[in-house]
Design a binder for this molecule. Structure first.
Ligand SMILES: C[S@@+](CC[C@H](N)C(=O)[O-])C[C@H]1O[C@@H](n2cnc3c(N)ncnc32)[C@H](O)[C@@H]1O
Length: 281
């Protein structure tokens, strides 16, 4: 392995260090980093090295191996958390159509946002469902999970800069957010009615047991599978579909495709899948 230092850096960093980071991230989180992400790894972890007063990546890797509590900051630094309210709007229209189906009346409805990042996705689900079902939405449970504890903290707080809400319909913004005043000017908080519909948990999708019971109406698993290799994707898809009701839906990210996994799911509309008979509970 060429141990040449990669560019001019504050911290010692070489090809071998990058490979070591890559290997650990894959093993812990299933994330396959492309070989082109050397610079990204450096800039994402540099702050952590500075905080720990370490001079080289190899010292950081040794620290990581000796301090299990460092795994979480390591993972938090390396995940990509881009998200937005009502990303892929058509998914939310379909979610509403599903929730209104007559067979779902009169029973508690449960949903899962499986890589919820900073909360925009599960809160968009809550807004869409609340708007469509009114008081009935109070019985809805949305489990929202992520591997990254930093984004989960932001999601639980439910406070966003107003710019994040700019794309939202003004009527929705008014109904479902409280504008901050004084030192909170420029921020808005999700209303309690919505926050009580969403339960945030840390779940690593690689975990053997997600501690989730089946009977879910829909799973949003968007823009996370792209970080996993194909065998991991298919394994996770099989496990998720088992948690869905037979008439439930699986929502994928805009660049994710599971048409090859036709033993588990069938494509019903753009990036939306239904379990094939026998694949769900
Ligand atoms: C790009 S965001 C997607 C957010 C949202 N689903 C959306 O589509 O807007 C990807 C999220 O997947 C999470 N993630 C990555 N690996 C994970 C794993 N092994 N288990 C659970 N979440 C993971 C990241 O922390 C990140 O918040």
């Amino acid at each position: 392995m060429n141990a040449q230092v990669l560019g001019e850096h504050e911290f010692g960093y070489n090809d071998h260090d990058f490979e070591q980071v890559r290997e650990r991230l894959y093993r812990r989180a299933g994330i396959s980093l492309a070989a082109s992400k050397q610079q990204m790894v450096y800039s994402r972890l540099a702050r952590r090295l500075r905080q720990l007063e370490l001079r080289t990546f190899s010292a950081y890797l040794a620290y990581l191996d000796q301090h299990p509590e460092e795994w979480q900051p390591f993972i938090n630094a390396l995940t990509t958390n881009i998200t937005a309210f009502f990303r892929e709007r058509h998914h939310f229209d379909q979610l509403v159509a599903l929730a209104r189906e007559p067979q779902r009346r009169g029973r508690p409805l449960r949903f899962w946002s499986a890589a919820s990042s900073t909360g925009e996705e599960p809160y968009s689900m809550a807004i869409a469902l609340h708007q469509a079902l009114g008081e009935r939405a109070q019985g809805i449970q949305i489990i929202a999970s992520d591997i990254d504890t930093g984004v989960l903290e932001t999601a639980r707080r439910g406070v966003y800069p107003l710019e994040r809400l700019a794309q939202l319909d003004p009527a929705l913004r008014k109904r479902y957010f409280q504008r901050g005043t004084g030192s909170n000017a420029g921020l808005a908080r999700v209303v309690p009615e919505l926050r009580q519909m969403v339960e945030f948990r840390r779940i690593n999708l690689l975990d053997k047991d997600w501690r989730l019971s089946g009977g879910l109406e829909a799973i949003f698993c968007r823009n996370v599978m792209i970080y996993f290799d194909k065998p991991t994707q298919v394994r996770l898809l099989e496990r998720m579909v088992r948690l869905l009701r037979p008439d439930g839906l699986f929502f994928a990210g805009h660049s994710e495709s599971f048409v090859q996994a036709n033993h588990v799911v069938k494509l019903v509309s753009r990036t939306v899948y239904q379990p094939v008979p026998g694949a769900s509970i």
